[in-house]
Design a protein around this ligand. Structure first.
Ligand code: GLV
Ligand code: MG
Length: 345
């Protein structure tokens, strides 16, 4: 067997160079299901989950106790080596770059299970230099281990500085696969006044104008409609634009109120409609919700196919059910049709 030298594996990525627009492997990743590899009960269920979820992610960062960091890392190696993941992708979330564990995470995982790891999720990314750092270490470790399929990088957007630098982060390396919203850490970093993991807040609302009384003043006792607002709209929209600009994928993140499956579905659907391709799952019940929400509905696909068929060569305009459709609505319909086809593969 011929042995490749390290230089065969190093790619000449100039630090700070924008990633070229490219097609990264578009495998479905509607639900990224988190598990704690140091939790033996949870870990024992992983082999049976293969094929039921697009992505299984061994979490090493927050939610794993400091005393369990080594056990989680070793547990992930054991599970990955013993499991055939078939169509399911294997991701991990490493510890943050300012933690004492991250270097050991990378130097342990890449040689041991680098061939099986599709994506490494990097938390608390603040700037492109964070991605360059991980990119370079991965390149070195892959070269040493003879791994020829580059491990991709996914960044969590969960600091105000990260949000400010989101475009440069997306373009920081050809390894960039996507971004997730990290609403819990982001809320803390921004000094928002929430105490939850994702989702809305009943206090963040707009209220219908008060009717005026005979004195011309607002009647504060009148019943008025209240609309709860989406705390995450601005960040998701900004993230989606940055990802689309660089040809990578945006994701919602965690929804911590596991029992509120209705609000979870609403939050996931908003993210899907705004352009996200998937989300995190913190409990198997959220896998089902994500798979449903991040797949276009039968009705939407049927309508999209009708528009595509009616638009012929793709130019001009047609009327369908009283609505004008043209080149731009055709492009929207093609997004749905192509997604449906990808999911059916
Ligand atoms: C996820 O890591 C978050 O902080 O929301
Ligand atoms: Mg976080």
């Amino acid at each position: 067997m011929s042995h490749k030298s390290a230089k065969d594996f190093f790619r000449p990525l100039a630090v700070g160079a924008p990633a070229p627009l490219r097609e990264i492997p578009a495998r479905p990743s509607r639900a990224i299901h988190f598990f704690d590899p140091s939790n033996e009960k949870m870990a024992a269920k992983i082999p049976d989950m293969v094929g039921t979820v697009d992505v299984l992610l061994g979490n090493l960062e927050d939610a794993v106790k400091a005393d369990n960091k080594v056990a989680a890392r070793e547990g992930l190696v054991r599970i990955a080596q013993a499991t055939d993941f078939g169509p399911t992708q294997l991701w991990t979330r490493i510890n943050s770059l300012d933690s004492p564990w991250v270097l050991d995470d990378l130097t342990t995982l890449v040689p041991a299970i680098g061939e099986k790891l599709d994506v490494i999720m990097v938390p608390k990314v603040q700037e492109p230099a964070d991605i360059h750092y991980v990119d370079r270490i991965l390149a070195q470790l892959e070269a040493k281990a003879g791994i020829t399929k580059p491990i991709l990088i996914h960044a969590i957007l969960e600091t105000a500085r990260g949000v400010a630098n989101v475009e440069e982060i997306c373009g920081a390396s050809p390894r960039m696969q996507g971004l997730s919203l990290g609403p819990a850490d982001l809320a803390a970093d921004r000094k928002m006044k929430t105490t939850r993991v994702g989702g809305g807040h009943p206090g963040y609302l707009v209220r219908e104008d008060a009717p005026r009384g005979e004195d011309g003043l607002p009647d504060l006792d009148a019943k008025r409609a209240i609309f709860q607002q989406d705390l995450w709209h601005y960040t998701i929209a900004k993230m989606v634009d940055a990802c689309a600009t660089h040809g990578i994928y945006p994701y919602y993140g965690p929804f911590g109120d596991i029992k509120d499956t209705v609000a979870c579905e609403d939050q996931f659907r908003n993210a899907f409609l705004l352009g996200c391709v998937g989300t995190w799952s913190l409990h198997p019940v959220q896998i089902k919700i994500a798979n449903r929400v991040f797949s276009p509905s039968v009705e939407d696909i049927a309508h999209a196919r009708r528009v595509v068929a009616a638009m012929g060569d793709g130019t001009g305009a047609v009327m369908i059910d009283g609505k004008m459709e043209d080149d731009a609505s055709l492009k929207q319909c093609l997004v749905l049709v192509e997604l449906a086809e990808k999911l059916a593969e």
